[in-house]
Design a protein around this ligand. Structure first.
Ligand code: ATP
Ligand code: MG
Length: 305
């Protein structure tokens, strides 16, 4: 019990909020080091989608992938966005002359011919995007089996016994055009990053409607398995309100882990790195590693919908 006149807050470093945060982070890091993950042996294919721009799709795709790779999983990131941000963050060259996912979708190159290994880890592969992909949306319109191009390429790649993958993570552009439809057709699971900001849920019903359409007409296996709250700022009431609302609507899909807003996360791509390699002990890296552990544990692919 505090006596009146006693100083209201201790000024010692151990009791300061920053010290508590550091202690919490190191406890979480130790817990992660003790985790043993069991991979299913099957290939789980995720598409990271949200037609809203700038919600953390690419950041989530590359950092979850790097975190999964650090757990021992073999992971392929397919960069399906002409912006090529995922390729950049994975340190993979993707200038206009690079063989890319464009060549796979339009000229039927085998995936094996365009896949590169990220300098970050031999477990982390990338099918890069180049600027040519910007035209693919229109070029695909006149192509045979235009919605199935990516699915076919992936199936052919995985048919080779030497090409086992535990995870395929597809980074989508912020639209619901033919590139995203190719991702929906190739994937089993949809991972939706939701930014803990005002208007977070705007457009979500349109996205869920598109998933239902794809389920009905192109890919019955597709389901929203995972929702990840990103750019969470615990100091604001708004972030908490958005998180609570999303959890109310999607209690089964939302991961317990929340990705904090963190400068380390946003600066990593400018070094051609994921936050896992850039600063593996930072709050953002630890959160992405925790999210990856949850994703491995929550295997919903066999769930009957
Ligand atoms: P687009 O729709 O353009 O493809 P996106 O949904 O892929 O965007 P990102 O590019 O991943 O979104 O993120 C948008 C911006 O937010 C980037 O500048 C990124 O660095 C930043 N960002 C993402 N996650 C975080 C985070 N947890 N903390 C701080 N900044 C973040
Ligand atoms: Mg993106």
């Amino acid at each position: 019990m505090k006596q009146s006149g006693e100083s209201s807050g201790s000024t010692s470093f151990e009791d300061s909020p920053i010290a508590r945060e550091l202690a919490d982070l190191s406890a979480r890091r130790r817990a992660l080091e003790a985790v043993e993950v069991k991979l299913s042996g099957r290939t789980r294919v995720f598409t990271v989608s949200n037609q809203k721009g700038g919600v953390g799709k690419t950041t989530t795709a590359v950092n979850i992938s790097a975190a999964l790779a650090s757990l021992g999983a073999k992971v392929l990131v397919i960069d399906l966005d002409p912006q090529g941000n995922a390729s950049t963050a994975l340190g993979v060259p993707h200038n206009a002359d690079t063989a890319s996912i464009y060549d796979v979708l339009i000229d039927e190159f085998p995936l094996a011919d365009i896949i590169q290994t990220s300098p970050e880890s031999p477990n982390l592969l990338c099918a890069p995007s180049t600027i040519h992909l910007a035209g693919a949306e229109i070029e695909l319109v006149s192509q045979v089996a235009r919605e199935h191009r990516l699915r076919g390429a992936l199936r052919d790649y995985l048919a080779d016994a030497g090409n086992h993958l535990d995870f395929v993570i597809i980074d989508c552009p912020p639209s619901l055009g033919l590139l995203t439809i190719n991702a929906f057709t190739a994937a089993d699971e949809v991972l939706i990053p939701i930014q803990c900001e005002y208007y977070a849920l705007e457009g979500l019903s349109q996205l869920l409607g598109s998933v239902q359409m794809i389920q009905k007409h192109l890919n019955p296996a597709l389901h929203v398995s995972t929702i990840l709250l990103t750019m969470y700022d615990g100091r604001t009431r708004l972030a908490q309100q958005v998180a609570d609302e999303v959890r109310q609507h999607f209690s089964n899909e939302v991961l317990d882990t929340v990705i904090p807003r963190s400068v380390r996360v946003s600066e990593a791509p400018s070094f051609g790195q994921t936050v896992i390699a850039y600063d593996g002990h930072s709050a953002g890296a630890i959160a992405y590693r925790e999210a990856a552990v949850e994703i491995v544990a929550r295997d919903t692919t066999t769930k009957e919908d």
